[in-house]
Design a protein around this ligand. Structure first.
Ligand SMILES: Nc1ncnc2c1ncn2[C@@H]1O[C@H](COP(=O)(O)OP(=O)(O)OP(=O)(O)O)[C@@H](O)[C@H]1O
Ligand SMILES: Nc1ccn([C@H]2C[C@H](O)[C@@H](COP(=O)(O)O)O2)c(=O)n1
Length: 231
């Protein structure tokens, strides 16, 4: 199977991977908006298929049931970085995919190889259709989905910093519980057999622990501009 994604010669493909809470979505959206690129949140797609499974009576503890149902939902991602959208069978899923229930089940669903095959194909099609270039963020973009990306970034941050960021989003949330949940999800995402969360050998690692979001955005914009100049 070919993994090469053909885009216009001036188009740049940027892959941004990393664990939860490292700033992938915030950074990717801002970089894409600033540089006039499209944006794809691949985690939202795995969340969307998980939401559909939960809504349709699929036993998400059964990889066999998940595999059989994987091709049924129609997932559509809108790639405008200033207003990304996601629908499942025509229904807006942007709110429901962020619930605690989906967050707690998404690692199990996304570990099923049949799910990954379908979603990976969808991601490559979207990237190939982004004529002006695209920033794609996730866990396996640089290693598996777009191994020929022009620029690969791997964001990291300490579990404490990531938990503090996530807790800051939800009033009254328990910092220790948030940290444990992040670590558990990282372990599941890194430990699965099929395209686990991993840094590509040729990715640039950026530790965001001590950086503001603005500093991370500026760092990535500079890296993209350097790539474009060198091309
Ligand atoms: N460098 C930073 N400093 C402080 N806060 C940040 C930084 N980067 C991101 N944040 C904040 O941390 C939270 C998580 O960021 P974001 O959703 O972009 O992470 P993510 O890596 O995409 O996480 P996930 O994989 O769970 O979707 C957001 O509230 C965001 O505003
Ligand atoms: N390329 C990707 C993107 C996401 N996932 C899975 C694993 C994550 O825990 C989950 C949700 O992602 P988030 O919205 O937190 O970025 O989706 C994956 O396996 N591969």
């Amino acid at each position: 199977m070919s993994t090469a994604v053909e885009t216009a010669s001036s188009a740049v493909i940027v892959a941004i991977d990393g664990p939860s809470g490292t700033g992938k979505s915030s950074t990717s959206k801002a970089v894409a908006a600033k540089l006039g690129l499209s944006y794809l949140d691949t985690g939202a797609q795995y969340r969307a298929i998980t939401w559909w499974m939960l809504n349709n009576g699929i036993d998400v503890t059964s990889p066999a049931e998940i595999a059989t149902a994987a091709a049924k939902p129609v997932i559509v991602s809108g790639t405008d970085p200033t207003g990304p959208t996601i629908t499942v069978d025509g229904e807006d899923a942007s709110g429901p995919i962020r619930t605690q229930e989906v967050t707690s089940q998404v690692s199990a669903v996304s570990a099923v190889p049949e799910v990954r095959t379908i979603i990976t194909e969808l991601q490559r099609t979207i990237a190939a259709g982004a004529r002006g270039g695209i920033v794609v963020e996730g866990r396996d973009i640089g290693t598996t989905v777009l191994p020929d990306a022009d620029l690969k970034i791997f964001l990291t941050a300490s579990p404490e910093a990531r938990a503090a960021r996530r807790s800051g989003e939800v009033k009254g949330s328990d910092l220790a519980a948030t940290r444990e949940a992040l670590i558990k999800r990282d372990a599941a995402d890194s430990g699965r057999k099929t395209s686990p969360l991993a840094k590509a050998d040729d990715a640039v690692e950026v530790d965001t622990t001590e950086l503001t979001l603005q500093q991370v955005i500026e760092c990535v914009v500079t890296l993209v501009e350097e790539k474009r100049t060198a091309a």
